[in-house]
Design a protein around this ligand. Sequence first.
Ligand code: NDP
Length: 486
Amino acid sequence: MTQVATQPTASHFVNGRYVEDTAGAPIDVIYPATGQVIARVHEATAAIIEEAIASADAAQKAWAALPGVQRGRILRRAADMIRARNRDLSILETHDTGKPLSETLYVDATSGADALEYFGGLAASLTGEHIPLGENWAYTVREPLGVCVGIGAWNYPTQIACWKGAPALACGNAMIFKPSETTPLCALKIAEILHEAGLPAGLYNVIQGRGAVGAALVGDARVDKVSLTGSVPTGKKVYAAAAAGMKHVTMELGGKSPLIIFDDADLEDAVGGAILGNFYSSGQVCSNGTRVFVQKGIREAFLARLSERLADAVIGDPLDEATNFGPMVSEGQLGIVQRYIAKGVEEGARLVCGGKRLDKDGFWITPAVFADVTDDMTIAREEIFGPVMCVLDFEDEDDVIARANDTEFGLSAGVFTRDLTRAHRVVARMEAGTCYINTYNDAPVEVPFGGVKMSGVGRENAKAAIAHYSQVKSVFVRMGRVEAPF
Ligand code: NDP
């Protein structure tokens, strides 16, 4: 087994320390670039799950009672430590996910640090309201929810661990995080750093496992909130299980987002946006604009320039910083993508370029572009979660808006045009949680992120996330006598 230098020292991080329980089923961690096993973790046993929940439950009230400025200081210290260790953490993220270092150095640990810094800064100002009622008055108090469970997908393991952990902890909650079994390593380092920064034991636990471990956490009566990043089918199950216990939820689920390019758009920018919105992280991004609607007047120019720029993609060793396109996360995900590509060809779409498995170890496929895609094709309707762009033609603004919205998903939407009024008119009618004008896939912590329709409920990031990790208590105060009818 090839070891990574920065690797965590055990499967779980519970109650302030690394713990191992080899009685849990083994999960091999595979480096997607080579297919080699680089680590082995064990699924959480019932004893580990119990220790995680009990320690979180025991630690939460004292944490919530601390002044916000003290909680925030610990989070901001952790943010600084993450930045100082960015290269090591990025190398680990690259091994966990296969994403090239040219990405992980800039958007994974750093984005996690941004979340810890942002919510650390907010922790001291989570105040309520004063509400005058004539001579009487009321006030509100923003209280934590209690024990929160975070369940992550495999595409951004460090970022997801922080995007859920930072607001939860800032509000005075405890968090138990279960990473995807495919990428179990990175969240452990976040737990380690948070505790090194001064977080008391029990407040940020990471335990490994497949869906059953997530389900055990969601079903426990001591858990007050569940935040899932995953697919729509998993979201439905987890939402239903949480509803049985009337728990709060945040659901960050899948998408099949539209990217609309009008013929007055800056062609180079539009092609750049389409590349960012389809091929970053080998296409394994929930908000990707995978249905690229291109107005007929520029379709051929768009496809020609896109093919030229894709030919420049550097596909290869993810640890070489010159590489800008890595492998798929797993053999299983690669198989899913290959089946969709075959389906696209079978249903009559034109494969303009890419979509070929590379003849080497690991899970490599070249970025694929389909043209002549129609709305009813499987590749235009279902989330593929891989490097497959579908280009669809359109002529009329009203028509393209209706087609863009004709999907069960509603995560993101983008428009490229030089016409300012048209840009705002179009995004106003988009059924999506996050819209982009002349850009695509920006996700800074200052801006709320989340979906509508089947893409989810709740919002991550920004002040909006505070509402999803806290609840409001109203307190009535009477200044005069109490008048009762008898
Ligand atoms: P999955 O839905 O397969 O899994 C998500 C997580 O849920 C995993 O940790 C999984 O565990 C766990 N899980 C599975 N079943 C249950 C259950 N019954 N109870 C509790 N937990 C369970 O998603 P993927 O990991 O395959 O990620 C890809 C999906 O995530 C895509 O649809 C993508 O769009 C979405 N996504 C959404 C984002 C957003 O912010 N909106 C961002 C990133 C991805 P295990 O994997 O160990 O089985």
